[in-house]
Design a protein around this ligand. Structure first.
Ligand code: 6PG
Length: 242
């Protein structure tokens, strides 16, 4: 099954971040009106920070945060206070600055000695929140690495091909190596999948994805998510378009 991917090109990261914040507000309003809550999986890395700051600042009053439930697409297997933690990044740029009820923020656990135990615990969290089966998020935010990874699904790894478990522990070849990630079935089930991708270092892979999304899907997890997702929208900046 291959869906066409929708691409919106912006001049720079601030413009991408503003468009993403606007999408977040719109999708939150729709989900809350239709289902009484807005279930979002946040992305890690650097790119989402500016969008978070806009949501916590200029757009703060446009979201009914009491109805928002925040999850994570992946997490580095470090202490939540570690500078490399995606949870810490989200807490500093968003969670500490908006009135989301504490019980509605669902970090990926990273305390157990065995990361597989934490993966199963997060699966239990997802099923407690969404019921049995594959959770359908209203919005999953994703980035892409220069190697075409997304969340912590890296090219050629077992986790990238996993279609049964909802959450997997992975050993990546970038720092920090140990990570937990939502798997393809979850990342492709969302009502809306929003990729935020900026930076010339990602241009080579982006060119391949644009040229042949389905073909690129066999090489890059980011492309596979995009073509299998119900509705994937890419917000990219000019540095990717040359
Ligand atoms: C992570 C992210 C990862 C990220 C890409 C892009 O934990 O690092 O989930 O998938 O989205 O690596 O990262 P940047 O936004 O820092 O370029």
């Amino acid at each position: 099954m291959g869906h066409p991917i929708t691409v919106r090109v912006f001049p720079d990261l601030p413009a991408v971040s503003r468009a993403a914040a606007e999408e977040f507000v719109t999708l939150a309003r729709e989900a809350i009106a239709q289902r009484g809550r807005f279930n979002v999986a946040l992305s890690g890395g650097r790119t989402p920070k500016e969008m978070h700051r806009l949501l916590a600042g200029e757009f703060r009053e446009q979201v009914d945060w009491s109805k928002v439930h925040l999850f994570f697409g992946d997490e580095r297997y470090v202490d939540p206070s570690d500078p490399l933690s995606n949870y810490r990044m989200a807490r500093e740029t968003l969670l500490d600055l908006v009135p989301v009820p504490g019980g509605q923020v669902h970090p990926i656990p990273t305390a157990a000695a065995d990361p597989v135990e934490s993966a199963r615990a997060y699966e239990a969290t997802l099923q407690a929140q969404f019921g049995q089966g594959v959770p359908v998020f209203d919005l999953i935010l994703l980035g892409m690495g220069p190697d075409g990874h997304t969340a912590s699904l890296f090219p050629g790894t077992p986790a990238a091909a996993e279609r049964d478990h909802l959450v997997m522990a992975v050993r990546a070849n970038i720092e920090p190596p140990l990570r937990l990630t939502l798997t393809l079935p979850v990342l492709t089930a969302a009502r809306r999948t929003l990729f935020l991708v900026t930076g010339a270092d990602k241009r080579p892979v982006w060119e391949e994805i644009k040229a042949d999304p389905a073909g690129a899907g066999s090489r890059y997890p980011a492309a596979l998510v995009a073509v299998e997702a119900a509705l994937a929208v890419w917000l990219v900046d000019q540095s990717l378009e040359g």
